[in-house]
Write a protein that binds this ligand. Structure first.
Ligand SMILES: NC(=O)c1ccc[n+]([C@@H]2O[C@H](COP(=O)([O-])OP(=O)(O)OC[C@H]3O[C@@H](n4cnc5c(N)ncnc54)[C@H](OP(=O)(O)O)[C@@H]3O)[C@@H](O)[C@H]2O)c1
Length: 285
């Protein structure tokens, strides 16, 4: 068997064309253009690359993307004060925090300070809680991206065995909630999981988001499984994911490549959430 390669760039282009239409409709309804602000602290080069991609995507769908930049040594209080101002600024319709943050700044404190209505990344406890309750509105972006890909592929979730390798608050946990909301049987693995293969080899759908290159080889895969590779790692040979693509593609049913799989869809999903936060600023939810 050779797996069907899922084309994330094609999925993202389709999403962006719908988003552009929606932005045009909302602009004439609210007589304003959507405008989001990203808080950037310090000078991390890998986050600069991601920012460039997102800014381009925003530009493609006519969303204004502003940056609020701070030096590495900014205090937490200063950033919290700025978030408060952005929350109350009627011309700001969405707020994002660019990771990673310097160690003296608490990611949780910043995310908790964002008005849930303007929380583009869907990581504020209010939005995470809603996702967990099955009231999915502003869903964390990477889990939304995985869900969008699986839905695009017309995946039936009910009763499927899904293994997620990642237990972070922004990927694994909310993704598990999305899958449970669709009646899948979900297992979450992480670095302390005793025998990864014991779980992965029974997975109808395997989602890996570790950042460990080649962690997943064909030995860990069930025949015909859907394999979604969320990992992005920069190596000397270029960008790769968690999955040993060449070996796994002869055993899996469907597979996402890296690059060109989950990444472009994640960027498009951030635009979907921007439309939601934009609408929130004009309509009480
Ligand atoms: N494609 C996209 O759009 C997108 C979006 C977001 C992130 N990413 C990528 O996804 C990866 C993870 O990102 P993240 O921010 O979620 O990172 P993270 O917070 O460090 O999470 C990594 C997860 O993988 C687990 N893990 C690490 N090594 C493992 C191993 N050998 N066996 C089993 N589990 C292992 C970790 O477990 P412990 O916590 O116990 O160590 C943790 O749960 C990165 O490569 C990142 O670049 C991609």
């Amino acid at each position: 068997m050779t797996a069907i390669e899922i084309d994330g760039r094609k999925i993202a282009e389709g999403l962006k064309s719908n988003i552009l239409n929606e932005v045009e409709k909302l602009k004439s309804k609210y007589k304003k253009a959507p405008s989001i602000t990203t808080i950037i602290i310090g000078n991390d080069t890998s986050s600069k690359l991601y920012l460039r991609l997102r800014d381009k995507a925003c530009n493609d769908v006519r969303i204004i993307s502003n940056h609020l930049e701070f030096q590495e040594n900014v205090t937490e209080e200063e950033v919290l004060e700025s978030i408060n101002k952005l929350n109350n600024d009627r011309n700001v319709h969405g707020i994002l925090i660019q990771l990673p943050l310097p160690s003296h700044i608490s990611q949780d404190k910043l995310i908790n300070a964002i008005d849930p209505k303007k929380d583009v990344e869907g990581l504020n406890p209010h939005n995470i809680g809603k996702t967990l309750n099955g009231d999915e509105y502003i869903v964390p972006i990477t889990p939304l991206s995985v869900l969008t890909i699986l839905e695009y592929e017309k995946t039936d979730f009910k009763g499927k065995d899904i293994v997620i390798i990642n237990h972070s608050n922004h990927v694994g946990k909310p993704l598990a909630a999305l899958m449970l909301n669709r009646d899948a049987t979900v297992t979450i693995c992480h670095v302390f999981t005793k025998d990864l293969r014991n779980y992965t080899c029974n997975a109808d759908i395997l989602i890996s988001a570790t950042g460990v290159p080649n962690l997943i080889n064909s030995d860990l895969i069930k025949n015909g499984a859907i394999v979604i590779d969320v990992g992005i790692v920069k190596t000397e040979d270029g960008i790769c994911g968690d999955v040993d693509f060449e070996s796994v593609k002869v055993k899996a049913g469907k597979i996402t490549p890296v690059p060109g799989g989950v990444g472009p869809v994640t960027v498009a999903c951030s635009l979907i959430n921007m439309i939601k936060t934009f609408s929130n600023c004009f309509e009480e939810k």
